[in-house]
Design a protein around this ligand. Structure first.
Ligand code: NAP
Length: 242
């Protein structure tokens, strides 16, 4: 489905990002992985079945994101898909959350997503189009206790993506959002068991999702299967908070 396409995925040395990279590669795409840890990004790229490169990229740095996108064009000749996936959590209730914890989460998710969306759109608008996929979270739809920073940033990702989608739709650039629920990755495995069980009890499908189940939705948005969709939000939650 992505033969001859080039996809850039941030925060893809592990977790959902790596599953997206692997799924895209299995469908023929050349891959550029950007992550904070260069060695892990290189290792992840080397594990893929198609040509792939792994680079250091801090998504809060415009220069880093610009460098990542240039690497895609220089290495493979095009930029067709951009996935803004990098993420962190710094959970605390409002009473105890520090300004630093608030700012760090907003910087990575919101500024990072803005950097990736606008810089990718700048390239895609002149090359005839492309697909941008931004990772939000169900936390941005309903708000979670202890996540005033993360819920704000992830709701912001939806607004950012819809505004961007309207700006570039006539240029063939589509911008869509994936909103995962409880997915089994390092980010969620760090939760106390009690919190995990509580979240699980809210899922009508009665199980956590796997990173590959988010990746297949990203593949849909990356491919021609979704050619008439932009500014949409896909909930991948097993029915939680439908
Ligand atoms: P993860 O396993 O923690 O992976 C996130 C990756 O992003 C890590 O490799 C991390 O690197 C990297 N990263 C962090 N800050 C970065 C930065 N400034 N620049 C570049 N890379 C950075 O998380 P995940 O569970 O796969 O989550 C992926 C995305 O899905 C995130 O946006 C997350 O908010 C969203 N999401 C996840 C879930 C879930 O249940 N897992 C649910 C809803 C939404 P380090 O490890 O070196 O920090």
């Amino acid at each position: 489905m992505l033969e001859g396409h080039t996809a850039v995925i941030t925060g893809a040395a592990q977790g959902i990002g790596l599953a997206i990279a692997r799924t895209f590669a299995e469908h023929g795409a050349n891959i550029v992985i950007g992550d904070l840890d260069r060695a892990k990004a290189e290792e992840a790229a080397a594990s893929l079945p198609t040509p792939a490169v792994g680079l250091h990229c801090d998504v809060t740095s415009e220069a880093d994101v610009a460098g990542l996108l240039s690497a895609a064009v220089d290495s493979f000749g095009s930029l067709d898909v951009m996935v803004n996936n990098a993420g962190i959590t710094r959970d605390a209730t409002m009473r105890t959350m520090t300004e630093q914890q608030f700012d760090d989460v907003v910087q990575v998710h919101l500024r990072g997503c803005w950097n990736g969306t606008r810089l990718a759109a700048n390239i895609m608008r002149t090359s005839g189009g492309g697909s941008i996929i931004n990772l939000s979270s169900i936390s941005g739809k309903v708000g979670f206790i202890g996540q005033t920073n993360y819920s704000a940033a992830k709701a912001g990702v939806v607004g950012l993506s819809k505004a961007a989608a309207k700006e570039v739709a006539h240029l063939g650039v589509r911008v869509n959002v994936v909103q995962p629920g409880l997915i089994r990755t390092a980010m969620t495995e760090a939760m106390p068991a009690k919190v995990w069980d509580q979240k699980l009890s809210e899922v009508p499908m009665q199980r956590a999702g796997e990173p590959e189940e988010v990746a297949s939705v990203a593949l849909f948005y990356a491919s021609k299967l979704s050619s008439y969709m932009t500014g949409t939000v896909a909930e991948v939650t097993g029915g939680r908070y439908m």
